[in-house]
Design a protein around this ligand. Structure first.
Ligand code: SAM
Length: 280
């Protein structure tokens, strides 16, 4: 039976000192995001992506000036019908929440969503990506976007990682945060999950002996394990991999940027599955 949801409230806010604005602005802080379980997604496209993917919206802050736009109007109506609040805001309020000039016409406050590690399903021949203590929000966002583009079945954040729900990380995902299942695990928990994973676990390491193109990625499920930006892969994680691979380099750079290295790994591991014309 279809449940009926009470429609959300519509409020008009023009002052940046309004308590609603203060509460939403506080979501820039990791502590507030952790306490509330909420986060911000900026821009109408991201808000629509999130709604389409079934993420729960709590509040939509929409530009009062641009509410005559058809798409924004429809999204506002959809938000209220979902039982969430609509804040019709001045440009000043939107800029204060986004913390930048020329803000987007919409900012959504969404409930965070992660999945338990054991619920990640690489499938019979799919791949997941594992990040060891990733620190940079831009790297994490870029990696999520790349995972989405290559059909990666899930991303695991191991240890003390940057918050995937920070404004910077969400911005860098360009909406892919809503498409790729995300799991978080301590190193111990990951290592115990790994014992039960029957697929191929390929770690990347600056001392890896094998070329990254050598493993047989098409034979079954694969986990690609990437190291921290400064310290690389921990010894414990490196020791849990079936193979440690390296991307050959020439030139002066000691290593590649983490997001670039992850992109190369992902597209190599999924090469057999990705064909022009098969996607959109
Ligand atoms: N100083 C670190 C080290 O020596 O391990 C370098 C870290 S690198 C910036 C961050 C991560 O990107 C590495 O742990 C690895 O996962 C990946 N990476 C970067 N360049 C790579 C390469 N040429 N081959 C394999 N992995 C690479």
């Amino acid at each position: 039976m279809k449940q009926t949801v009470a429609p959300g409230r519509v409020k008009e806010v023009t002052s940046v000192s309004n308590p609603i604005v203060k509460d939403i602005r506080a979501l820039a802080l990791k502590k507030t995001r952790e306490e509330t379980g909420l986060f911000l997604a900026e821009g109408l496209k991201l808000v629509i992506d999130a709604l389409d993917a079934g993420w729960k919206i709590e509040t939509l802050v929409a530009s009062r000036q641009k509410l005559d736009g058809e798409l924004l109007q429809k999204t506002a109506a959809r938000t209220v019908a979902n039982g969430a609040d609509l804040v019709e805001a001045s440009e000043k309020v939107l800029a204060a929440i986004a913390r930048r000039d020329n803000p987007q016409s919409a900012i959504g406050v969404f409930r965070q969503k992660t999945v338990p590690l054991e619920k990640l399903e690489p499938g019979r021949e799919g791949a997941i990506v594992v990040l060891d203590r990733v620190r940079d929000p831009g790297n994490l966002g870029t990696i999520l976007r790349t995972c989405d583009a290559a059909g990666i079945k899930g991303l695991v954040l191991v240890g003390d990682c940057v918050d995937p729900f920070s404004l910077e990380a969400v911005r860098a995902t360009m909406g892919s945060i809503f498409a790729v299942p995300l799991a978080r695990a301590g190193e111990e928990a990951f290592l115990s999950w790994r014992k039960g994973f029957s697929g191929l676990v390929v770690g990347t390491h600056m001392k890896g002996e094998a070329d990254y193109r050598a493993p047989s990625y098409a034979r079954g499920p694969v986990a690609i394990v990437m190291g921290n930006e400064q310290a690389g892969l921990s010894d414990a994680l490196a020791g849990a991999c079936d193979a440690l691979v390296r991307i050959p380099q020439v030139g002066r750079a000691d290593s590649l940027n983490l997001a670039v290295a992850t992109g190369l790994m992902i597209f190599e591991a999924r090469r057999h599955a990705l064909k022009l014309g098969a996607g959109s």
